[in-house]
Unconditional design. Structure first.
Length: 142
């Protein structure tokens, strides 16, 4: 792989050992070009922000890779790590992350919902509009 990409073999070893791969890194781009792959902005967004869901990512891995590399990539997608977010006591959280994520269910940014009457009204209006738009799209002839 390294010879084909024009890289030193240790560069390839380095990226194979990473928990997360930066798709904009020079070596990763070179490896992708060597295999005729194109790293799209959508894939970059997934790597940076977790855009794709786990099932879509696993399906892509199964489609493009085989053998030991496929097993390793699947493990990386499903891996659970220690959260490490700062708790109220100022210590790192010791809970395991959600599969394929960096934070646990408590620190993953899930909303607790609106806290004021104004917020409740705003959310209710947004939901009403969303459902009205959905109904209109559904009723429109194709």
């Amino acid at each position: 792989m390294a010879r084909r990409a024009g890289l030193h073999h240790r560069s390839v070893q380095y990226w194979e050992g990473q928990a997360e791969i930066d798709p904009l890194a020079h070596a990763v781009q070179a490896i992708a070009r060597a295999f005729g792959w194109r790293i799209s902005p959508h894939q970059h967004a997934r790597a940076r922000y977790g855009v794709l869901d786990r099932e879509a990512e696993l399906a892509a891995i199964d489609h493009y890779f085989t053998g030991a590399l496929r097993r390793r990539l699947r493990r990386m997608v499903n891996r659970r790590v220690i959260c490490g977010a700062k708790t109220r006591k100022g210590k790192p959280c010791r809970a395991k992350s959600e599969p394929g994520r960096k934070r646990c269910r408590f620190h993953g940014g899930k909303s607790t919902g609106p806290r004021t009457l104004k917020g409740v009204a705003r959310i209710a209006e947004a939901q009403r509009l969303r459902w009205a738009r959905w109904r209109a799209e559904r009723a429109a002839p194709k």
